[in-house]
Ligand binder design. Structure first.
Ligand code: ADP
Ligand code: ASP
Ligand code: MG
Length: 414
């Protein structure tokens, strides 16, 4: 008998018939004698709809009230799943985040989970009940509802698995595992039977939305065995594992494990800044104080004028606020003008293999150059290279890079 956390995403919960199929899967685990907690997302499209309501109500909405609104999608789907399970004679009930409670930080709309009281859950499942819990939500110390950022139900699931010391955390979604890149844009993407926590963390952080980044970090920290699999087909999924579970030959064979893209960054350029100590600090200090996460940074020195242009990226959602902050700091920074562009995309290649191999970046640059794709900014880490390109080239760039690194699925392996 095992203790299992099962998480079902929005597409898996979209409508009564799909919820029935989810309930059948849950019942299957119960019938095999396992103790089960289920974490659910809102029905597909529901969170977007609720977010839109908040935006229409006011462009400067209170994030606490936004959380009250957007958390409601998960309340509906968890109640419906409990009803469906009961109709199949499975002993089930729902617990909202505040009832357990799942305690979070006070960063409304992107809160972190601080701790989870596992008592209620452990007692319930030991008594043979299936606990159904809405993902994405928790409660702050001041007793208010908070949500965990988009895609946050993955993090709820892993946090609950860690708190309950579950034997497995299974993330059921609309693809049957983690692929070398988004299978919706590259049909030749290959399913990975396993991937290291570290690579999954990096891929998620640069845009592979199949798992929320924080959920991977949490699973790595607590050693939660994590699996991504299809809620529609009975197929083996992808295991997220420790690097020690890979043979050295596996690691060396593949230089790049995956490619991801993110269209949610905006590019900002400040022109004609004096090339002297303190200029760059004058730009990034007020942005940091405004809690704006700057990602890529490029500085171009023009020898003839002695001035530099500084280009960087910020989350698109924070662009308007960033521009306000930079306008206010115009005098202390001393730039001529601000140019901004949201039609950009960050494409990243990730793989632990690049620690021991040179040439990953140059292959990337040459491959993009061959297709006439211009690179506007570059960042690297030990296991990742990212470039910023024009958004219109996203699909083409991901496809040609996928081929260039030898990741394409061979027809006979399909
Ligand atoms: P859920 O609603 O179940 O949480 P998401 O939409 O958040 O599902 O995540 C699943 C989606 O992630 C897939 O439909 C796929 O388009 C996308 N995706 C992006 N990169 C990858 C990848 N490398 N492997 C698998 N899926 C990916
Ligand atoms: N429903 C939330 C979202 O759409 C959380 C989740 O599905 O993980 O972002
Ligand atoms: Mg998701």
């Amino acid at each position: 008998m095992a203790r299992i956390v099962m998480k079902f995403g929005g597409t898996s919960m979209a409508g009564i018939e799909r919820i029935r199929a989810v309930a059948e899967r849950v019942k299957g685990e119960v019938d095999r004698g396992n103790d089960v907690a289920v974490i659910v997302s809102a029905m597909a499209g529901e969170t977007d709809r609720l977010v839109q309501f908040c935006r229409e109500a006011s462009s400067r909405y209170d994030p606490r009230e936004y959380d009250v609104v957007v958390a409601s999608g998960e309340q509906v789907s968890s109640g419906l799943l409990a009803i469906m399970l009961q109709s199949m004679d499975v002993d089930a009930r729902s617990w909202m985040g505040w009832q357990l409670p799942i305690r979070t930080s006070e960063a409304y709309s992107s809160a972190r989970i601080d701790d989870i009281d596992a008592d209620i859950l452990s007692k319930a499942i030991e008594g043979g009940k299936v606990a159904v819990i809405p993902g994405f939500q928790g409660m702050t110390r001041e007793g208010r509802l908070a949500t965990l950022g988009r895609g946050g139900s993955d993090t709820s699931a892993v946090a609950i698995a860690a708190a309950m010391k579950a034997d497995r955390c299974d993330i059921y979604t609309d693809v049957d595992g983690v692929y070398t890149t988004d299978p919706r844009i590259v049909p030749k993407a290959r399913k990975l039977s396993k991937i290291t926590y570290e690579e999954m963390l990096e891929l998620a952080s640069v845009g592979a939305k199949v798992l929320q980044t924080r959920s991977v970090g949490l699973a790595m920290k607590h050693g939660v065995p994590l699996q991504v699999l299809s809620s529609f087909e009975d197929k083996p999924g992808t295991m997220i594992v420790d690097e020690t579970e890979f043979e050295d030959k596996d690691m060396e064979k593949q230089l790049i494990t995956g490619i991801a893209y993110a269209k949610n960054e905006a590019k900002v350029t400040l022109t004609s800044i004096a090339d002297k100590p303190g200029s760059v600090a004058a730009i990034f200090k007020p942005l940091a104080e405004g809690n704006i996460n700057v990602d890529m940074i490029v500085q171009n020195f023009a020898r003839d004028t002695g001035n530099t242009d500084v280009t960087f990226t910020v989350p698109s959602d924070d662009l308007a606020r960033s521009l306000d902050i930079l306008e206010q700091a115009k005098e202390s920074i001393g730039y001529r003008e601000i140019i901004h562009d949201t039609d950009v995309c960050k494409v990243s290649v990730v793989g632990v293999g690049m620690r021991s191999h040179a040439g990953v970046a140059s292959t990337m640059f040459e491959t993009l150059a061959d297709r006439g794709i211009n690179i506007m900014a570059i960042t690297t880490s030990e296991i990742k290279v990212s470039v910023l390109i024009e958004e219109a080239y996203t699909e083409l760039a991901v496809r040609v890079l996928h081929t260039a690194y030898g990741l394409d699925q061979q027809d006979d392996a399909a």
